[in-house]
Design a protein around this ligand. Sequence first.
Ligand SMILES: C[S@@+](CC[C@H](N)C(=O)[O-])C[C@H]1O[C@@H](n2cnc3c(N)ncnc32)[C@H](O)[C@@H]1O
Length: 238
Amino acid sequence: MKTPFTDHYDQTFLLETMMGPNAMRTMEELTASLPLKAGMRVLDLGCGMGISSILLAEKFGVTVFAPDLWIDPADNAARFARLGLDGKIIPLSVDMTKDVPFAREYFDAIVSVDAYQYFGDNDAMLPKLLPLLKPGGLMAVSVPGFTGDYSADNVPPELKSIWIPEWHFYSLGWWQALWTKEPGLNLTECREMDCFKQSWEDWLQSTAYPEPVKSDIAMMEAGGWKYFNLIQLTGRKA
Ligand SMILES: C[S@@+](CC[C@H](N)C(=O)[O-])C[C@H]1O[C@@H](n2cnc3c(N)ncnc32)[C@H](O)[C@@H]1O
């Protein structure tokens, strides 16, 4: 899948702002099949330092609500203002596991890249999010995942010394089962994303978080590539 917006973006800025596999590239592929139009309201869950939100605002002209837990919204506000996106991306501090401060039937789409696994790997999250969508609204999530059903007692040998449950990685079938059993959503796409290798390679060259990058390089060199993927889940509110 071609990602022309990401490929033409300021690569130095992206390398300084990544918090995992290149979220701008991943968001560009995730949104390629979504009918986003200027003026829509989009909620970008766990936006981190906002590179997925920047793509949404600049490529589609949508208004982005950008909640995150770990990143100070004042830092994101300053970053968005420097890019001329003040008022186009609204930074918020929100813990998605708690009560959320959003209006019902307010959003045209809810999206998320490399964050949903931390709070959405349970039965409770879709019933909490779906009321926030307008009728027929879109849900589109990308999560890093496993190519097989690995767990604490079934970890691939190369990953044994580094695997931790806090990764929250699951297989495509695991996510598909979770989303299919939610009656309020029609799942339209569930697949491995084409950008997996490139988004990860971008991250492994990035500069904002040298320690995690170092351990991820070791993990991939130990044979990790074949055990990982990026999983896309897309659906429409029933
Ligand atoms: C690996 S970072 C990715 C950030 C960004 N999406 C990206 O790809 O660059 C995971 C993000 O998930 C967010 N997150 C984790 N748990 C969360 C929660 N309970 N509520 C909101 N955000 C959460 C963190 O704040 C963090 O920024």
